[in-house]
Design a protein around this ligand. Structure first.
Ligand SMILES: C[C@@]1(CC(=O)O)c2cc3[nH]c(cc4nc(cc5[nH]c(cc(n2)[C@H]1CCC(=O)O)[C@@](C)(CC(=O)O)[C@@H]5CCC(=O)O)C(CC(=O)O)=C4CCC(=O)O)c(CCC(=O)O)c3CC(=O)O
Ligand SMILES: NC(=O)C1=CN([C@@H]2O[C@H](COP(=O)(O)OP(=O)(O)OC[C@H]3O[C@@H](n4cnc5c(N)ncnc54)[C@H](O)[C@@H]3O)[C@@H](O)[C@H]2O)C=CC1
Length: 219
């Protein structure tokens, strides 16, 4: 399995199963995609006040009718999240036939081409860290996510700050100098510390680090 980030803007994700797992995946994908959930029953968390907008269709597809739902919805990704492993298998098979990505939630191994796993993720602004245990231990993925979450405080602001500096330095510096300066800024404890007190302070500290670097001083 090779990690990739996939853009789901304007794409549809079709989820079979409206239980707790279907709800978790629906919430995840609704951050970007149009989500359609097909299920005879829906978990209470679909009614939570902060639950994103998803289309709920009350129906119980069978292995014979799964393909009709693919025709109707034309998804970029299908999620098999029912508690019926035969139906989940039919979803995976139909997706494979149509070159549609598939996330099978009731399987940790025996994946086929086009299958994806949903990692545990930490987001901070434009920064996102994804953790997979290769399907071995989702509980560990969750634990590591919690650890990393507290460790990358301010990473989003650091990304925005160095993103801006990077654009500026592209105009003025050689690639070698730019790389050395940006590496120095993201490694500077003083810049990380300054981020906690506001972006303006961090900008000043970064300018100092870059200047020190330009004149060859130790940063
Ligand atoms: C293969 C994968 C397929 C996929 O869903 O993409 C998969 C499969 C299975 N999960 C199972 C169980 C649990 N899953 C979680 C939690 C998460 N599971 C997620 C992903 C994945 N789960 C993919 C692999 C990711 C990887 O590579 O590590 C996370 C990371 C992302 C998300 O789902 O959003 C999310 C944490 C989100 C977060 O908190 O950040 C917990 C922990 C908990 O709930 O506290 C438990 C109970 C403890 C345990 O069993 O470990 C079972 C057994 C079901 C049964 O008992 O029948 C199967 C099927 C099987 O193992 O056969
Ligand atoms: N990947 C993961 O992170 C996890 C995966 N699982 C797996 O996911 C499966 C679902 O787990 P939960 O959501 O907790 O179960 P659940 O029992 O809460 O939900 C199952 C849902 O599937 C629906 N369903 C049943 N037949 C259907 C059909 N023919 N078409 C569409 N929907 C149908 C049910 O109405 C229900 O809403 C479990 O069987 C388990 O194997 C469980 C825990 C975590």
């Amino acid at each position: 399995m090779i990690p990739l980030y996939h853009d789901f803007t304007d794409a549809t994700v079709l989820i079979f199963g409206g239980g707790s797992v279907g709800a978790r995946k629906a919430k995840r994908f609704a951050a970007e995609a149009d989500v359609v959930v097909v299920s005879p029953t829906f978990d209470g968390r679909f009614d939570d006040a902060d639950f994103p907008t998803v289309e709920r269709i009350r129906a119980a597809p069978t292995s014979a009718t799964v393909a009709d739902w693919f025709d109707r919805v034309d998804p970029a990704l299908a999620v098999a999240a029912t508690d019926d492993s035969e139906l989940n298998a039919a979803v995976a098979e139909t997706a494979a036939d149509r070159d549609v990505l598939v996330n099978r939630t009731d399987r940790a191994g025996e994946r086929s081409v086009g299958s994806v796993v949903v990692p545990a993720t930490v987001d901070d602004g434009p920064v996102s860290v994804a953790i997979s245990t290769g399907g071995q231990s989702p509980a560990l993925a969750r634990y590591l996510r919690e650890q990393i979450d507290s460790e990358i405080d301010e990473a989003g602001n650091m990304a925005e700050l160095t993103g801006r500096l990077r654009a500026e330095l592209k105009e003025t510096e050689s690639p070698e100098t730019r790389r050395a300066m940006l590496r120095a800024v993201v490694r500077s404890p003083a810049v990380w510390k300054a981020l906690h007190t506001g972006i303006a302070n961090a900008e000043k500290e970064a300018a100092r680090v870059m200047q020190d670097h330009r004149t060859g001083e130790d940063t």
